[in-house]
Write a protein of this length. Structure first.
Length: 638
């Protein structure tokens, strides 16, 4: 059997047979079919005696069959890609051949110079030849799909038995080449279990499922678009599948499929870790956002970062009048320039390399472009780095934000949207505290504008959310790199948890909250369910297929929490226009007092005295309690 498989793999891996070879094969089939029909009608003895004359007659008749072959061009197809239309053309070709021979026999007295062959034998010759040619093509197609793809074709179950599952199964049948061999369906409904669909059995989604899949050598679970959310919510099933080495494939059209159109297997892809994180679909009123931003001048700081660059892409779709993109990272900013030229050539955009702390340069930019909306995403964000460099955190995050905020008021920006973080809630590290002070400044400035203490029209809105998947320096890119290098995958603590959101989803919420806010709000996003980082690491290892990669716990880093909070203990929230967005009601600060304390902090930061800088940060944000850090001494009064 192995030698036969090897032969077919060799044969079908060659290029398509030349036309003459297919024509020769079909011609031989006609001759053999004719001899067989003659022998069945006249007997073997008579056939033996008249073999040569009969063969000569059949060779002459073959000319008319070849005419049929030529008219229908049945020899021009690639045998391994044969379809029903090819079978139809074979039948028509042989019908033409039989018809021509019958006409020759009846009207031109061909029997006077050829060996007489009965008309019924000619008819059965055409039928038999058609059957053999069709069977041969079907057999070759079958062997190509089943033997050549033997090493790559995977046995699969489909999760879902209704519309989506059936559509997926039909796509498998029509695929060319065949990627998956359907071995069964998986159903959550008892009434479907045990029934046959598409020629295979429906199995129950219970504790026996994994063993059943193993017994059938199933290595893939194809998820119906209508079952995607159900699978993600069933974390136990996901874990069992991954532990068993069963790959999960989902469709990219999961949220868009209408349940009526065909499903393309090209949309099927192996799941990434992002697909398996539990989260609800986010609905955003982008039309309302477009109405506000279309034709406006937009300034985005931190435009080359993970959040900033996605903000650029999403805002560019709304056809603003002008975009001013600011970042101090030259190479990533160059990439943004190329992206804008490639994807949004009709949008006027200025990509500027500078720091938000360069007040004179920033004033020049505001003077030149007069933005209507400012989206402030620029910030130092890495907790360990800022824990070691508090003065830089103060200068870049706090002073830089103050520069942009003050210029927004001076140049009558309509709305200033600042992107904050859940680490600003009950901060335990320098970075989180610096962002909380940014929130305090923006909110107190907005309050001063409303009360008339400061002249201006700008509305200040803050958006606060957790980690975004795939952002620069986040755990997922880090884990991928560690797995690629053979491990270990480093996790700081076995119990550490985080909230996660996709970058595009987070940016859509920023746009809606920012544009719909009236000023002074701190919007917080519903981040869904928290994820244990150790579980995330193990899943990524299983998804990668890597072997012998261990998870190593390294201990909490300076300033790191076991879990992130979204609200201060004393804060409450109010609902908004979107169920995923709420407004935090926080303690308000007097603008003059906030300015005085922040001025002291900025002056201290210029001396690069870490302890004194952090001491002043704790004065401004009393709830800032350091963890796993040298600054814990300040909390003890030392």
């Amino acid at each position: 059997m192995n030698s036969i498989n090897k032969f077919f793999r060799w044969y079908f891996s060659r290029t398509a047979l030349p036309y003459w070879a297919v024509l020769a094969f079909d011609s031989l089939v006609v001759l053999l079919s004719g001899l067989m029909c003659y022998a069945l009608d006249h007997g073997p003895v008579s056939t033996y005696r008249t073999f040569l004359p009969v063969l000569g007659t059949l060779c002459f008749y073959l000319i008319f069959f070849i005419i049929g072959f030529r008219i229908t061009r049945i020899y021009s197809g690639v045998l391994r890609y044969s379809s029903f239309s090819d079978i139809y053309r074979i039948g028509m070709a042989n019908l033409i051949g039989v018809g021509c021979v019958i006409v020759l026999r009846l009207f031109f007295s061909a029997d006077t110079f050829l060996e007489p062959i009965r008309i019924k034998e000619i008819i059965f010759t055409g039928i038999l030849a058609t059957a053999i040619m069709a069977f041969t093509r079907v057999f070759i197609k079958f062997m190509y799909e089943r033997v050549l793809d033997y090493t790559t074709q995977k046995n699969a179950f489909i999760y879902g038995v209704k519309t989506g599952g059936i559509a997926l199964a039909k796509s498998l049948r029509l695929a060319n080449p065949v990627r998956f061999s359907l071995k069964g369906f998986v159903s959550d409904a008892d009434d479907m279990v045990g029934h046959m669909l598409q020629g295979v059995r429906v199995f129950k989604n219970d504790e026996t499922l994994i063993d059943m899949m193993k017994s059938k050598n199933v290595s893939v679970l194809l998820v119906s678009p209508l079952k995607r959310d159900r699978l993600v919510d069933n974390q136990e099933l996901v874990n069992n599948l991954l532990d068993a080495g069963i790959n999960i494939y989902m469709s990219d059209v999961a949220q868009k499929w209408d349940g009526k159109s065909d499903l393309s297997l090209n949309s099927l892809r192996e799941v990434q870790i992002e697909d398996l994180l539990p989260r609800d679909e986010i609905q955003v009123d982008l039309q309302a956002v477009e109405e506000l931003l279309k034709g406006k001048r937009i300034l985005i700081t931190g435009s080359a970062g993970s959040i900033g660059s996605e903000m650029v892409r999403q805002i560019a779709k709304f056809e603003p009048d002008y975009m001013v993109l600011i970042d101090e990272a030259e190479t990533p900013q160059h990439d943004i320039r190329l992206m804008m030229a490639r994807e949004f050539p009709d949008i006027k955009a200025e990509t500027i390399v500078t720091s938000i702390t360069n007040k004179s340069r920033m004033k020049q930019i505001f003077e030149a472009y007069r933005p209507d909306y400012v989206f402030h995403a620029a910030a130092y964000k890495h907790v360990p780095m800022m824990e070691n460099n508090p003065s830089e955190a103060v200068f870049n995050n706090i002073y830089g934000t103050r520069v942009i905020a003050d210029l927004s008021v001076e140049y009558n920006v309509r709305k200033f949207v600042m992107i904050s973080t859940d680490k600003a809630v009950n901060p335990t590290n320098v970075m989180g505290c610096s962002k909380r002070i940014c929130e305090i400044y923006c909110q107190s400035l907005n309050k001063a504008l409303v009360e008339g203490k400061v002249k201006g029209q700008t509305q200040f809105v803050t958006t606060r959310f957790g980690n975004v998947l795939g952002s620069n320096g986040s755990v997922i890119p880090l884990f991928k790199e560690q797995i690629k290098n053979g491990g270990p995958v480093t996790v700081t603590h076995p119990d550490i948890i985080r909230f996660f959101m996709l970058i595009p989803e987070a940016c859509k919420l920023v746009l809606e909250a920012g544009t719909m806010g009236k000023g002074g709000e701190i919007f917080i996003f519903d981040m869904g369910k928290p994820v244990k980082i150790a579980d995330l690491a193990r899943r990524m290892i299983l998804l990668s297929g890597a072997k012998n990669v261990e998870v190593k716990f390294t201990g909490l880093r300076d300033g790191e929490k076991l879990y992130e909070e979204v609200l201060n203990d004393e804060e409450i929230t109010k609902p908004t226009f979107n169920k995923k967005i709420k407004i935090a009601q926080v303690r308000e600060y007097d603008y003059a007092e906030a300015c005085s304390e922040i001025d002291k902090l900025i002056e201290l930061s210029r001396k690069y005295d870490d302890m004194e800088t952090v001491r002043q940060m704790k004065v401004i944000v009393p709830e800032y309690k350091s963890q796993h850090s040298k600054y814990e001494a300040l909390d003890k009064g030392k």
